[in-house]
Design a protein around this ligand. Structure first.
Ligand code: UT7
Length: 358
């Protein structure tokens, strides 16, 4: 049994905000932000845009790639499960963003739920979707989305956090297939890589998922949950916002990326040379440079797009996947790796054999 990605999509809000634009409102500079993070701009949602708007837009692109001959409504009816990986749903979990997306798409057959694993959410969601498809013969296809609208949960006066984040969504369609071989053992580029012929699985091959809840305080939205709810008559000096211990998260992140890549390679029994591209969570280019150095992996093996989007949390990996796919940089049969880390604290990664034919 395989779990193959058969369509990808992405969406960002129309408003692009450059570092220079932020520097006009805040004691910061393009030079500081670029040199400390690699970020050059980010997309920020207007008041009228919520999570399900971006999620549904990314999902429609993924659906039309998977089912180009069907109407959007008919394509949506092929979906059995919708998962939105997010910590910034339209509401405080009630209803979930996934249920709103299910309704917007008309995916009437689909079960729907959100998954909260911070910036590692999409990695967790792929493995969760594969597990749920495997458990039931009636389920064949999942729509897996990573979406975040963190700009609405930012203290825009805190320069240490507000310059880091952006809004966006990425989506994939994951399909359960019975065929367990990849072509004739070579991919379209003639590269045999690790493909040894019959019996080689396609799609999602391996996931490692980790959590260290003891570090939860380092990246936290304190207000609004059951620990610290709003009370009648209460006023807020600031909107609900994310707080981050940047140094602690940085140190955790370098370790998390290093441990995840080593863990995935050992679990799959391959070498890093077999991997065409590593798609890391885009939080800070320096984190990836430090991990690459520790692991002695060339930096250009990592796909980076943080310069344009900043940190879109659970959306960063599926946005990058869609970009690579649409740019034609992934060939049928290529092995790719995702690696992420974030609130929870959570971390983990996937190995995927790419299965979209051009
Ligand atoms: O997606 C989930 C996870 N999030 C992350 O992975 C983030 C991990 N952490 C980081 O990426 C880095 O720690 C940051 C980018 C957040 C901060 O970079 P840093 O090199 O660790 O800077 P710092 O916090 O040590 O601050 C250095 C200086 C401070 O000034 P002083 O005390 O040295 O005078 C800060 O006040 O930089 C100052 N600073 C800024 N200056 C200009 C902090 N933010 C800014 C800013 N513009 N935006």
């Amino acid at each position: 049994m395989n779990f193959e990605i058969i369509g990808t999509g992405r969406a960002v809000p129309p408003r692009k905000v450059t570092n220079d634009a932020l520097a006009r409102e805040l004691d910061t500079s393009d030079e500081w932000i670029r040199s400390h993070t690699g970020i050059g701009s980010r997309y920020i949602a207007g008041e009228e845009i919520a999570n399900s708007d971006l999620s549904a837009a990314a999902a429609k692109q993924a659906l039309s790639m998977a089912e180009p001959a069907l109407t959007p409504e008919d394509a949506a009816m092929t979906i059995d499960l919708v998962i939105v990986a997010t910590v910034t749903g339209d509401h405080l979990g009630c209803p979930s963003a996934a249920c709103i997306v299910q309704d917007k798409l008309g995916a009437k057959k689909a079960a729907a739920m959100d998954l909260a694993a911070g910036c590692t959410g999409f990695i967790y969601a792929l493995e969760t979707a594969a597990g749920l498809l495997m458990m039931n013969n009636q389920r064949k296809r999942a729509l897996v989305i990573g979406c975040e609208v963190l700009s609405k949960f930012i203290d825009w006066k805190d320069r240490a956090t507000c310059v880091l984040f952006g809004d966006g969504a990425g989506a994939v369609i994951l399909e359960k297939t019975e065929d367990s071989t990849v072509g004739n053992g070579t991919n379209d580029t003639g590269n045999t890589g690790d493909i040894s012929g019959s019996g080689v699985k396609n799609g999602l091959l391996q996931s490692v998922l980790y959590a260290d809840g003891s570090g939860g305080d380092h990246l936290i939205i304190r207000k609004g949950g059951s620990r610290n709810p709003f009370k009648a008559g209460e006023t807020l000096e600031k909107g609900i916002h994310i707080e981050m211990n940047g140094q602690a998260v940085y140190n955790f992140a370098v370790k998390a990326v290093t441990e995840t890549i080593a863990g995935l390679i050992a679990a799959e029994g391959i070498s890093v040379n077999d991997i065409k591209k590593i798609i890391p969570h885009q939080a800070n280019a320096r984190i990836i440079q430090a991990a690459a150095k520790r692991l002695k992996i060339p930096e250009d093996k990592f796909y980076m797009n943080i310069e344009e989007y900043a940190n879109t949390s659970a959306a960063s990996i599926p946005i990058a996947l869609d970009e690579l796919n649409r740019k034609g940089e992934l060939q049928y049969g290529d092995l790719i790796m995702t690696v992420g880390f974030g609130a929870g604290l959570t971390y983990g990664g996937n190995i995927i054999r790419w299965s979209i034919k051009k």
